[in-house]
Design a protein around this ligand. Structure first.
Ligand SMILES: NC(=O)C1=CN([C@@H]2O[C@H](COP(=O)(O)OP(=O)(O)OC[C@H]3O[C@@H](n4cnc5c(N)ncnc54)[C@H](O)[C@@H]3O)[C@@H](O)[C@H]2O)C=CC1
Ligand SMILES: O=C(O)C(=O)COP(=O)(O)O
Length: 562
């Protein structure tokens, strides 16, 4: 049974969806938003932190009403996924979630039109002074001269951020006869919207002198924070209009008041604020040329229903292992794999775990060679699964496919993937080559092949995983259950010696494969035994065997049953 904590005010339809699922229960806590307003975020951290630590929450859905902080996620219990029922994840500490292996998803598509419509509404209302005109009338007045506005048709609007909402806004502006230009550092050409070309500028500073109105549709990042400020205002046409329905602080809140006071800015419409709600005495609330709405961009029946249902579905689908949609912090990982791809992901896990005890000197590079085009879509998943299998033995922190990428990055462990097409000589297979710390070679490798750790695996038609080579020793064994890897001198009596040590310890050997590798200098050969055991080999047994003459290395692992 999965429990979803709705930690914000989510539309009923998403909650109903959870309640309609036989494997899910709902913990609906819209009061957390009020708790934040009354007692602050720390109180929310404590309350949610307690719920999570108790272990009964598997998924959590939020909007922008509360923050998801490192303190809240200190002990996340069984929390596996956080869904942002909406777009912006700036209220979620992604690094903390990633470190704890928690998937973060958003519902990016569902509120695009609604938010673009709100930004457009703000632009129209701003230029026609709808806000102050309404206020005058509701106060009993009537003034037709004071509220003369401006016409959109013929104006140039600069769209900052040409993603989903920016483009949707731009299409509407074009329909109103505006000239649309844009700035987005990740869009490198002019863009075509219907029969119109939207000219894009290479820098924000280059664009601003050309526009009568600008509208922001960018995420809040260090680069976008304060991008419209006193300096960039000075580059604008006098009397520019500004719309911000993206995030508070992208337009500097002090500088916009000053620009509205000086007339450099003819008016601003703001839906979002650095701190929400802004202070009661904030000049943003009362400035005659500033129109404000309380973060209503995504607030329509249609969008809220869609984001709530999408968030609920995304959580359950991930928890059930059916798929990942809208992942913000799990690049490349997929669970919607074909049977064959899934079998190779499982093989990657087994190969990495099997070789892991032989990786005693550390890892600087992992080369993954994927042979077989059909495995291409699973490459990211294979990569992360392999990293988890390789590193987990050496880490106390629980690793998984979500957090392993950032942990590997933080330790400068480089992964390279080579994808190869089939050739007669190379069947569908995975090869992992693990390099020790840079500049470090095996203490005294007897063989060139021992400078690195290398393992090759395949999956046959029966979808069973097979290991077919370890460091130049050819073999064919299903890696499953309790296993021991023993490297020894290739001379008579070694099998008996190994058998008798296991016998003495009362551990039954269920299966065994032995492979011989000639020494490079022709001085003889070594062998690798791969043993399947009915139970785990104890440390004492490994130690005793390791002491015996002719035994070069021994390692044991426990893998899932096949
Ligand atoms: N007011 C509200 O209620 C809502 C606000 N939003 C805000 O709108 C933002 C945009 O949403 P979408 O269009 O769905 O996201 P998106 O990811 O489709 O588009 C964002 C665009 O910004 C661009 N960008 C990134 N850094 C930039 C920079 N330094 N300068 C210029 N462009 C830059 C990206 O390349 C991308 O094309 C969200 O991040 C969110 O903060 C979203 C929904 C509702
Ligand atoms: O989706 C977004 O990014 C929004 O800003 C909407 O926020 P909300 O869910 O209405 O609190």
């Amino acid at each position: 049974m999965f429990t979803l904590l709705a930690a914000d005010k989510l539309a009923q339809e998403g909650l109903d969806f959870i309640n309609s699922q036989s494997d899910a229960t709902l913990l609906d806590r819209p009061d957390l938003v009020d708790l934040k307003k009354e007692k602050g975020q720390e109180a929310v951290d404590e309350e949610v932190g307690k719920l999570l630590a108790a272990g009964g929450v598997h998924a959590m859905a939020v909007r922008s009403g509360i923050k998801v902080t490192p303190a809240m996620l200190e002990n996340p219990g069984n929390l596996k996924v956080i869904a942002r029922a909406g777009v912006g994840v700036d209220n979620i500490d992604l690094a903390a979630a990633t470190d704890k292996g928690i998937l973060v998803v958003n519902t990016a598509e569902a509120s695009t039109i609604t938010t673009a419509e709100h930004a457009f509404t703000l632009m129209m209302a701003l230029l026609r002074k709808v806000g102050p005109a309404y206020k005058t009338m509701s106060d009993g007045g009537w003034d037709r001269n004071k509220f003369k506005g401006r016409q959109l048709h013929g104006m140039t609007v600069g769209v900052v951020g040409l993603g989903r909402i920016g483009r949707t806004f731009a299409e509407r502006a074009l329909a109103f006869g505006m000239t649309v230009v844009g700035y987005d550092p990740f869009v490198n050409t002019d863009i075509q919207l219907g029969s119109h070309t939207v000219k894009t500028f290479r820098t924000f500073e280059e664009m601003v002198p050309h526009v009568d109105v600008m509208s922001f549709h960018v995420p809040k990042t260090p680069e976008t924070t304060g991008m419209l400020n006193a300096e960039t205002f000075a580059l604008c046409k006098k009397g520019v209009y500004v719309v911000n329905a993206a995030r508070g602080g992208i337009v500097d809140e002090t500088d916009i008041v000053a620009a509205c006071d000086s007339g450099q800015c003819a008016g601003a419409a703001l839906d979002v604020f650095t701190s929400e709600p802004p202070a009661e005495d904030s000049p943003l609330r009362t400035h005659p040329n500033i129109l404000v709405t309380p973060h209503l961009g995504a607030s329509t029946e249609e969008a809220q229903t869609a984001v709530s249902v999408d968030a609920a579905k995304a959580c359950l689908s991930y928890l059930r292992g059916e798929g990942i949609s809208g992942a913000v912090n799990a690049g490349g990982v997929r669970v919607d794999l074909t049977d064959q791809q899934a079998a190779y992901v499982s093989l990657a896990d087994r190969m990495a775990r099997l070789i892991s005890p032989m990786v005693t000197r550390g890892v600087s590079e992992l080369d993954i060679e994927i042979c077989g085009v059909e495995l291409g879509p699973a490459a990211g998943t294979i990569e992360r699964t392999a990293l988890v299998g390789l590193l987990q033995r050496h880490f106390d922190t629980p690793l998984n496919v979500i957090n392993v990428g950032s942990i590997a990055d933080s330790r400068d462990i480089e992964t390279r993937i080579t994808k190869l097409d089939h050739a007669k000589s190379a069947p569908t297979q995975l090869t992992f080559t693990i390099h020790g710390p840079k500049g470090c070679v095996d203490d005294a490798p007897d063989h060139e092949a021992d400078k690195v750790r290398k393992i090759v695996g395949r999956v046959y038609d029966d979808l069973q995983p097979r290991v077919v080579e370890i460091n130049g020793y050819a073999m064919d064994m299903v890696p499953a259950g309790h296993m021991a890897i023993i490297q020894n001198d290739d001379r008579p009596g070694m099998i008996g010696l190994v058998g008798s040590e296991f016998g003495k310890a009362g551990v039954n050997i269920a299966d065994m494969t032995i492979s011989r590798r000639e020494n490079a200098d022709g001085s003889g050969a070594t062998a690798l035994m791969l043993l399947k055991l009915d139970e785990a080999a104890s440390y004492e047994l490994n130690d005793a065997l390791g002491e015996r003459e002719g035994i070069l290395k021994i390692a044991s692992v426990h893998l899932p049953e096949a």
